[in-house]
Design a protein around this ligand. Structure first.
Ligand code: NCC
Length: 276
């Protein structure tokens, strides 16, 4: 399989990856019970059109980066899972417009999700690894982590905070493109939250700066900027096809190699600025 040019790859991403949230009209969610829980406003209405956006990976290499001000200068900032701000503003900024969390974090057992103030800012989106190209019904019967009850609990206590469920089709539309543009066979596991977040922001923003997804000169085996835990798999991938994601993002980067090296920064166009 020959790699596509960056331009063609951007067109494939734009045209084949459908970023949508679960709506009350979707399959098993079209019950009166679910109507009470799903946000009344659509995702597009809530977010609107965004200009310059930042995606902040959770990588250990953000530590001592002093990127906080630069990150906060964006119109919107996306963060992942339990990545904190308090005590780390200097390196990661403090603005949070969207927080993308995986379903593992939103199970009933994970009480921190419902008790920590960290999650109460901005728009929340949860995603769950679905079976390959499964219909929403099939996925609903056997999600990877059953987060639905915990989602409802959270919605009851925070009814004003927008909280969406990512349509699971997106992850495999994106995975197919990753596979088609890789020389090797990729394990059929969904892309990481990082890669999903990048594509979500490309659909919403004019331009997207991604920080420490491609590691800078600060690259380290420390997994997260907020923990002491060492594991090379955090940066290279184990379950998620992280290495393939990073190769693809490198291929479509419109910024300079210097920006990657010094800031761990990649600049991608929003899909509305991609002309095919
Ligand atoms: O670690 P995690 O990811 O929350 O990181 C968010 C995204 O940042 C990018 N990243 C992170 C660390 C690093 N050294 N390099 C990076 O590039 C990745 O793109 C990553 O997706 C996830 O993707 O949802 C993940 O979630 C964690 C964990 O579930 C959550 O942090 C909640 O505690 C997973 N870790 C475990 O299950 C132990 C991780 O594999 C993937």
């Amino acid at each position: 399989a020959a790699k596509l040019s960056p331009e063609k790859l951007l067109c494939q991403l734009r045209d084949r990856v459908n970023v949508t949230m679960i709506q009350g009209s979707d399959g098993p969610f079209d019950t009166s019970e679910w109507q009470q829980y799903l946000p009344g406003k659509s995702f597009n209405e809530t977010v609107g059109r965004l200009g310059r956006c930042a995606v902040v990976s959770s990588a250990g290499s953000l530590k001592s980066s002093h990127l906080g001000q630069e990150i906060d200068s964006h119109d919107a900032v996306l963060r992942f899972n339990g990545a904190p701000i308090k005590g780390f503003q200097e390196d990661v900024g403090q603005k949070t417009t969207i927080r993308l969390v995986n379903s593992q974090l939103v199970t009933v057992e994970e009480q921190q999700f419902r008790s920590e103030a960290l999650y109460n800012t901005g728009i929340l989106i949860v995603w769950d690894p679905a079976p390959y190209h499964a219909e929403i019904h099939e996925w609903y019967r056997k999600p990877d982590y059953n987060f639905f009850e915990s989602y409802k609990l959270y919605r009851r206590t925070h009814p004003e905070q927008p909280f969406y469920i990512l349509n699971p089709k997106m992850q495999w539309q994106l995975w197919d493109i990753l596979q088609e543009n890789s020389m090797e066979h990729i394990q059929p596991n969904p892309p990481s939250s990082g890669m999903l977040g990048i594509v979500i922001m490309m659909t919403l923003c004019d331009e997207v700066d991604v920080y420490e997804f491609l590691p800078s000169k600060r690259q380290t085996d420390i997994c997260h900027y907020y923990q002491k835990f060492h594991d090379r798999a955090c940066t290279m991938g184990a379950y998620h096809p992280l290495l393939f994601e990073k190769n693809l993002v490198k291929h479509i980067n419109q910024g300079t190699d210097e920006d990657i090296y010094t800031h761990g920064k990649v600049t991608l166009p929003g899909f509305r600025n991609v002309h095919c």
